[in-house]
Design a protein around this ligand. Structure first.
Ligand code: PLP
Length: 428
């Protein structure tokens, strides 16, 4: 098919040309005297993205799933009790990973479409008089439902209960895209992979461990070989890895970190918010609803869009892919067929999102959904115009040209009854 593929699944995301070029190089000796320069430059920049000064980042040839395992086996002993919230397919799989490692998981089930309930976590920890619960597991951004949980509120709940449990946070579809504050939120194990906010191919698992988590290693009796933090700490201290590192991906990571930090993490977060707001206005213009129930939990990296019962989300995805070269995400687990997902994270700008919205609109109409042609695209496009940054005068210095920009609303709701006056004005 001529033209570019439109990759709008919530990971893997587009790999920028700059990152592709950085990875396209000859292999070299990972035991040479020059090699340590690369990992030594990467670790402090990872700390900046995770927003930690004391946390130690580990980079494994792996994926997010591997980092669930690494975080758990380095800090737990067989039979340890964990408290976990389940509100989507990835929080479900995180729990399953812990169970299959022989851990005893106390599950708080939450309707899919809602986030981590800090009050229920606090109640469960208060009821744990013997302090048997060793850790709390939370998925920051549940990619299956498009819900972002308030990790700071979870930490406050743990503090209020005066409980010593470690806080494990899956940031696979948030870190590098959404505001993430490892130190401020008291996150002990922050888990992610390379193929989403870091704009790389899949293949690296990244986990950042707090000092408290590293201390737990000494008593943690789960068996570990490949994922042993201690081996990694020993080798990383000299600038090396305990085995052959994924060199190309490390060169790509170096470049991706440069791109993120050149843009500035606050700008990266704001860009994701603004692009997501445009998508949410499109959803509203289509007369559809998000799976996420509360506007304060709407995800800025993925929107899960419910389809009416008479239509299958799978049909929308199928026609988008086969007819329009557009990849959308499927409904997972109990949401299979009931929705489709638009991933809006990574290396994206307004026109890329508008292209995806146009393709989604066409595919929805082809699949039998009665959405007004152009409605979503128009809503998002007008929002992007109205919130565009002011343009500097042509030719460099001088006053800024008048702009159409207005302050963006806090977070655009997709629900018609929760209209934000600014957002509606911008979209009309
Ligand atoms: N956690 C979340 C929130 C995810 O979205 C994913 C994958 O999409 C995973 C974990 C699993 O990551 P991986 O596929 O890199 O193993």
């Amino acid at each position: 098919m001529a033209g570019r593929h439109f990759l709008f699944v919530p990971g893997p995301t587009n790999v920028p040309d700059r990152v592709q070029r950085a990875m396209h190089r000859a292999m070299e000796d990972h035991r040479s005297s020059a090699f340590p320069e690369l990992p030594r430059s990467i670790f402090p920049d990872l700390q900046r993205v995770f927003r930690t000064t004391g946390g130690q980042p580990f980079v494994f040839p792996s994926t997010g799933t591997g980092m669930w395992e690494a975080a758990l086996v380095n800090t737990c002993s067989p039979g340890d009790r964990l408290l976990a919230c389940r509100y989507g397919q990835f929080s479900h799989l995180f729990i399953e990973c812990a169970q299959r490692l022989g851990l005893d998981v106390q599950v708080i089930d939450v309707p899919w479409g809602e986030g981590a309930p800090a009050d229920r976590i606090e109640a469960a920890l208060r009821a744990d008089h013997g302090r048997a619960i060793k850790g709390v597991l939370v998925v920051h951004n549940e990619t299956a439902t498009g819900v972002t949980s308030d990790v700071g509120a979870v930490r406050e709940a743990i503090e209020r209960a005066r409980h010593p449990a470690l806080l494990y946070v899956d940031g696979v579809s948030s870190i590098g895209s959404l505001d993430f504050r490892m130190d401020e939120w008291g996150v002990d194990l922050a888990i992610t992979g390379s193929q989403k906010g870091f704009m790389l191919p899949a293949g690296l698992g990244i986990v950042c461990a707090s000092q408290r988590a590293l201390d737990r290693q000494r008593t943690a009796a789960c068996r570990r070989v490949f994922f042993d933090f201690a081996d990694m700490q020993k080798a990383n201290a000299t600038g090396y890895f305990p085995y052959t590192p994924a060199l190309s991906l490390l060169f790509g990571l170096r470049e991706a970190l440069d791109m993120l930090l050149e843009e500035g993490m606050e700008h990266v977060h704001a860009r994701h918010r603004r692009l997501a707001d445009g998508v949410r206005l499109a959803v509203r213009a289509w007369g559809l609803e998000l799976c996420a129930r509360h506007p304060s939990e709407y995800s800025d990296t993925v929107s899960a869009i419910m389809v009416p019962a008479r239509v299958s989300g799978g049909d929308v995805i199928d026609v988008a892919f086969r007819r329009y070269n557009l990849a959308l995400g499927a409904g997972l687990g109990q949401l299979a067929g009931k929705l489709f997902r638009i991933g809006h994270l990574g290396d994206l700008n307004e026109l890329m999102v508008l292209g995806a919205l146009a393709g989604t609109e066409m595919a929805m109409r082809d699949a039998g959904l009665d959405v007004a042609p152009g409605a979503g695209v128009a809503a998002a496009a007008e929002y992007y115009r109205a919130t565009a940054a002011p343009l500097p005068r042509r030719g460099g210095a001088g006053p800024v040209e008048p702009s159409t920009a207005r302050a963006a609303p806090a977070r655009v709701s997709s629900a018609p009854d929760e209209h934000d006056a600014d957002a509606v004005g911008a979209a009309s």
